[in-house]
Design a protein around this ligand. Structure first.
Ligand code: CU
Length: 692
């Protein structure tokens, strides 16, 4: 086939400074192809588009300047981002990747379904690419759409080692357009990623400059009154968290890029009035989640993570790290438009311009208000309970499975006489703290028919149970004490999996409809590395996410949610899941520790899947952060309530304090990475998935 044109590589000069500052730049530059140009480029080199099925990629050090200060990036073929690779479905591509760095490198082809040995994850797929070595990747393309590639070594992705992939379909593209642009977003810091990580490990809030001040306190008291302000703040203080912890790393250190251009650099794309323009948004950031809109234009979302979806027209959408969305816009006016991508915490934005004339610009909008976290983002909303005077209530048929870990201290439950609690099923209420209850005057309660299996670990000390005569506790099933981590049996029978997580096999909800299995926190979650557990996680499906929830009412913008996404073509694997894995995303923000089920990657065993099986994974987010979770090698088929058109994704956002479910067909043998795509969460929030 056609040989790819050798890219024009603008090579860096061997500046004295780079020898002085170390990084073994001299060694790194040995082995660079001939034709080196000794001039330091004044502007940052922009990515080229390379087409064909044979590619020579060079991972090299490259001087860049995004902030007024020169820094050394890790580039691919001399640019940040690296070249756009334009492939064709059905072809076999060969990519010779040469490492000109002083350290090992790798390229992972994000979202591409390929053999495990070609996946580019050092330690799982291969040994990595040593300095000076060339590794040849070769795989067949059985998909089309928008994807990207990045290093899976160290923190190189933060240093510029990423680029875009577009695979043109073998069949005619269902999306017709006149123009087609890649828009890859990223976050650049002049600090080294190791310095960033060290600062986060020392103080998880380091880059959060939005923490509350005394001035905020008075504003808050004026708005909400002393009592409510006190109550709101008390919770956060007790948890040693900040309700402003939306992002770990912020615009305080980051400059946000669109196709490698800063907001001032203003990346531009041209159109003619009346044309259909396809924009392939890729979030190639290390840590930044963006909310994208184009003021004055509706966007019709036509693909998600490379897969065609039934078109849905919105004003705004959120793109998690590593996700891709293709949108089509049709500007009818002869004017310029701003592509505006503000970060989830509103600490900065990336920006570009869609314009009919190169000299035309559009206004850059102000960023939206900065969101704050609420009880909802903790997976429970119990604020403001007043349980006085609740006599005569009928609570029969409550299902209170898995209420472990709730703190009900300081409830005042006076005058609750005459309540009928028959028919309660209180399985798995382990870990409840009921200290400080005042249960005076609860005479006459009928608790018959309770099933209180597995209520281990409850602390009822300090109860004042005077005047509770006449209660009927007959027919209670055995309460096991001191045994946190026992499970209820309704909604499926979980197995105590230890490292293997919690698995359910009975009573699973039908494919496409998510999970109703009880929330189970493993004993490994009750350790110092976990500072929060969601007891009543909300469903992340219909939730546009923190900071976007009121944009329809406040600004009249329709915001995309996962519930809006339907695959364009019918679901391929129509089988029901045979088992369900419930996996918890866990962490301790203060210590900046991240894990799954409270177990960090180094201490974890692989999650074992049987080749060919179809499973459900339910992710429960027991943290206040938004985590984009990426499974390598297999599709994550998001359960949106329509089993006929299940969308296939490679990266799924799990909202704070929420849960979300997807199906996986284990149709790829081998060892696969499964992790949070926030770069500094990855060392801990990572599992190997092994298909045997
Ligand atoms: Cu994460």
């Amino acid at each position: 086939m056609n040989r790819t044109r050798e890219p024009q590589i603008a090579l860096p000069a061997l500046s004295r400074r780079r020898f002085v500052t170390g990084v073994a730049a001299g060694a790194a530059l040995l082995g660079m192809p001939a034709g080196a140009n000794s001039a330091v480029p004044r502007a940052n080199p922009t990515p080229q588009t390379l087409r064909g099925n044979q590619f020579d990629l060079h991972v090299n050090y490259q001087p860049v300047n995004f902030t007024g200060r020169e820094r050394t990036a890790v580039a691919t073929n001399g640019s940040v981002p690296g070249p756009i690779l334009r492939w064709k479905e059905g072809e076999t591509v060969t990519l010779n990747v040469t490492n000109h760095l002083a350290h090992d490198t790798s390229i992972h082809w994000h979202g591409i379904i390929l053999p495990t040995g070609m996946d580019g994850v050092p330690g799982l797929s291969f040994n990595g690419i040593r300095p000076g070595e060339t590794f040849t990747y070769q795989f067949e393309l059985n998909q089309s759409g928008t994807y990207w590639y990045h290093s899976h070594s160290d923190f190189q992705e933060q240093q510029g080692h990423y680029g875009s992939i577009v695979i043109d379909p073998a069949e005619p593209d269902p999306v017709a357009c006149d123009r087609d642009y890649v828009v890859i977003l990223s976050d650049w810091s002049d600090e080294s990623p190791h310095d960033i990580y060290a600062k986060l490990k020392k103080e998880g809030h380091y880059y959060n400059r939005r923490r509350r001040t005394a001035g905020d306190l008075w504003d808050e008291i004026r708005q909400k009154g002393v009592a409510q302000t006190w109550q709101d703040r008390k919770m956060w203080n007790e948890m040693r968290m900040s309700d402003r912890d939306i992002s770990d790393v912020t615009g305080y250190t980051y400059t946000y890029l669109m196709n490698g251009q800063t907001p001032d650099g203003n990346w531009m794309a041209q159109f003619k009035r009346g044309e259909k323009v396809r924009l392939r948004f890729i979030n190639g950031s290390a840590m930044s989640i963006f909310d994208i809109r184009i003021p004055g234009l509706k966007m019709t979302v036509v693909a998600s993570d490379g897969q065609n979806i039934e078109p849905v027209t919105v004003d705004e959408f959120r793109i998690g790290v590593a996700e891709t969305y293709d949108v089509v816009v049709e500007p009818v006016d002869d004017r310029a438009y701003t592509l505006f991508a503000q970060t989830i915490d509103r600490s900065g934005f990336a920006r570009g311009t869609l314009t009919p004339h190169p000299e035309l610009r559009a206004e850059v909008p102000a960023m939206d208000y900065a969101p704050v976290l609420t009880h909802r983002d903790m997976g429970m909303d119990h604020s403001g309970h007043n349980m006085g005077g609740m006599s005569g209530m009928d609570h029969s048929d409550h299902d209170m499975g898995n209420m472990g870990g709730m703190d009900h201290s300081d409830h005042d439950m006076g005058n609750m006489g005459g309540m009928d609690h028959s028919g309660h099923d209180m399985g798995s209420m382990g870990g409840m703290d009921h200290s400080g209850h005042d249960m005076g005057s609860m005479g006459g309660m009928d608790h018959s028919g309770h099933d209180m299996g597995s209520m281990g670990g409850m602390d009822h000390s300090g109860h004042d149970m005077s005047s509770m005569s006449g209660m009927d506790h007959s027919q209670h099933a055995g309460m096991q004490s001191g045994n946190a981590g026992q499970y209820s049996l309704h909604g499926g029978r979980p197995e105590l999996g230890g490292m293997q997580g919690v698995w359910f096999t009975d009573g699973l909800v039908r494919a496409g409809h998510g999970s109703n299995s009880p929330i189970v926190h493993l004993p490994s979650e009750y350790r110092y590395g976990v500072d929060m557990r969601s007891e009543m996680p909300g469903n992340g499906l219909n939730d546009p996410g923190i900071g976007l929830r009121d944009h329809d009412t406040r600004y009249g913008r329709r915001v995309l949610t996962y519930a809006d996404i339907r695959n364009l073509t019918p679901t391929i694997d129509r089988r029901e899941p045979t088992r369900e894995l419930q996996l918890h995303l866990t962490g301790n923000m203060h210590r900046y520790m991240w894990s799954m089920d409270g177990i960090k990657f180094n201490d974890a065993e692989p999650l074992m899947l049987k080749y060919g099986e179809r499973i459900r994974i339910t992710l429960v987010n027991d943290t206040m952060m938004t985590h984009p979770i990426h499974l390598h090698g297999m599709w994550s088929e998001l359960e949106t309530g329509d089993s006929e058109y299940i969308p296939r994704k490679h990266t799924i956002i799990v909202q704070p304090g929420s849960k979300i479910s997807y199906l996986v067909t284990a149709d790829a043998y081998g060892r696969w990475a499964y992790h949070c795509h926030l770069l500094y969460h990855m060392p801990g929030m990572f599992r190997e998935v092994r298909v045997v």
